[in-house]
Design a protein around this ligand. Sequence first.
Ligand SMILES: C[S@@+](CC[C@H](N)C(=O)[O-])C[C@H]1O[C@@H](n2cnc3c(N)ncnc32)[C@H](O)[C@@H]1O
Length: 248
Amino acid sequence: MGRWSARLAPLFAGFARVGGDGRVLDVGCGTGALVKFLADASDRSIIVGIDPSQPFIDYARSRFTCPRFSFDVGDAMELPYPSHSFDQSLSLLVFMHIPQPEMAASEMRRVTRPDGTVATCTWAHPGLEMAAIFWEEAVRIDPHAKTRKPESRPCTRPGQLTEIWLAAGFEAVEETTLDLPTIFGSFDDYWIPFTSGAGPAGVYVETLSPDHRQALREGLRKRLRGHREDGPISLKATALAVRGTVPS
Ligand SMILES: C[S@@+](CC[C@H](N)C(=O)[O-])C[C@H]1O[C@@H](n2cnc3c(N)ncnc32)[C@H](O)[C@@H]1O
């Protein structure tokens, strides 16, 4: 999924009204997809990224060496920063992984100055056509695949992020959907990531016999390309984003 974060980052930053300068916190920064966009958008902003994964933070530190950027290992539910120390706090594709998203929202509010913006974004469920098609085909060939299909995660249905933002006490709360075309250069560009063993679909593919795996591959190929020659496949991904301001 990492390949789509970088494409979603500009849409999310636009909705979050990221300013030209100031101190920005990226919660759950991972390897820095949002940081990269923010870095390219302004050469004045100071950006702090935080993530519980030490390898991601090590990678982000090696990727962004300018002193304007810094990275910490830590949890969204217990941010290690003083109150009101950022102008904006953002979080891209993280809230569905956080055990208590309400705590993370309240921590993001605490560390952001009055009138500052706090915004987050998650993939909608079902919002990823690439995954929906994979599971429809997997279940058509093997009804037991239904039990391997991931349930919807928290914060992935319309209104859920708004509820959390209102409960955290933000003002001017607004939620929107962000649509992203997900374009694959060929059928293999779509299929190969499912064979990496990553995520629920990758884990499912690893359990299949070679024949079953081939049947799934062929079923998906037919569905996506039909009788046409191999070529680009254009699907859609939908994200939900919410923003609010810290009361003055
Ligand atoms: C799908 S990745 C998104 C990474 C990055 N924001 C991006 O868009 O490329 C989810 C990230 O959330 C982080 N994460 C998971 N639980 C977290 C928590 N409790 N607090 C902060 N980050 C968390 C993971 O380590 C991972 O980097």
